[in-house]
Ligand binder design. Structure first.
Ligand code: B12
Length: 146
């Protein structure tokens, strides 16, 4: 059975190229990707995760307002009963001089993993396979049948 991830760009952010690449990469790796597109609200992420029984919620933000957009996000997911791994990536802070500081900020907001804009999709896919304990044989079956 293919594992489902919900993907989108949070807040008022309209940068679409990154999530298009991520959608293609995660699909090619055997995941079912629910791409919510740009300018996605916290509630839309939560509702989609419930509707599709997603095992991961992947949040993208490029325009520098991620911290504000993600305030209270984990509480919204919890209120909807979402039990999923949460990742965030992109240009998460204006300037992003000190990524360790940025990582700490978003981990404190409840994200399981935080990625910068240099992250290759393969790195995030490998992390998700580890976090969801997906075996190579399971993933090969999903890739063949998808
Ligand atoms: C193209 C672009 C635009 C286009 C977007 C067109 C569109 N519909 O997509 C337009 C012109 C509309 C635009 C507007 C704005 N932009 Co702009 N834009 C860019 C630009 C040049 C490229 C973005 C891009 O497509 N990159 C290519 C993709 C493939 O890479 P990516 O988006 O980084 O995504 C990859 C990784 O980040 C990562 N990733 C992303 N999300 C996630 C999530 C997870 C979970 C994981 C694991 C990985 C991951 O994987 C992706 C695939 O490899 C960047 C500068 C840059 N070089 O990045 C600025 C940039 C993102 N924009 C910026 C800004 C400020 C704006 C505006 C606010 C400008 C303004 N004052 O109006 C507006 C925002 C409008 C809005 N509401 O969103 C800033 C953000 C500053 C910051 N965060 O510190 C940047 C960095 C430019 C800069 N150096 O100042 N922009």
């Amino acid at each position: 059975m293919s594992r489902t991830v919900v993907l989108g760009v949070i807040g008022s952010d309209a940068h679409v190229v990154g999530i298009t690449i991520l959608e293609q990469a995660f699909s090619a790796a055997g995941f079912t990707v629910i791409n919510l597109g740009v300018q996605t609200s916290q509630a839309e992420f939560a509702e989609a995760a419930v509707a599709h029984d997603a095992e991961a919620v992947l949040v993208s933000s490029l325009y520098g307002h991620a911290e504000q957009d993600c305030q209270g996000f984990q509480e919204v997911l919890e209120a909807h009963g979402v039990d999923a791994v949460t990742y965030i990536g992109g240009n998460l802070a204006v300037g992003q001089d000190d990524f360790e500081q940025t990582r700490e900020t978003f981990e404190a907001l409840g994200f399981d993993r935080v990625f910068d804009s240099e992250t290759e999709p393969a790195e995030a896919i490998a992390a998700l396979k580890r976090d969801l304990q997906i075996t190579t044989s399971e993933q090969e079956r999903a890739t063949v049948t998808s």
